[in-house]
Design a protein. Structure first.
Length: 94
């Protein structure tokens, strides 16, 4: 998977990996207490089809509409960079 740059954040460690991508823990460079999770989803053009693109769009839309829910991590933003879709959410420490 392509290396993604997270402006204002540093990568601390990988939290998990699956068939479509990985989740990484990021820490704010301006506030060391602020951490978020980046869900990185590989999106090479050669392997994407309309159904998979729609699934990703639905996931982002659903997260963004939830707002504040006690059982769901808060959606912050998403962006695409170098064939990788990144969905940024809050981090919930165990």
């Amino acid at each position: 998977m392509a290396k993604v740059k997270y402006r204002g954040f540093e990568v601390l460690r990988e939290l998990g990996r699956g068939g479509f991508g990985q989740a990484v823990l990021l820490r704010s460079q301006s506030d060391s207490e602020h951490m978020v999770v980046a869900k990185r989803i590989a999106m090479p053009e050669a392997t994407l089809n309309g159904k998979r693109i729609r699934q990703l769009e639905c996931e982002v839309e659903a997260l963004s509409r939830l707002g504040s829910h006690p059982c769901v991590l808060r959606y912050i933003t998403c962006f695409e960079q170098q064939d990788v879709l990144c969905i940024i959410t809050e981090y919930a420490a165990q």
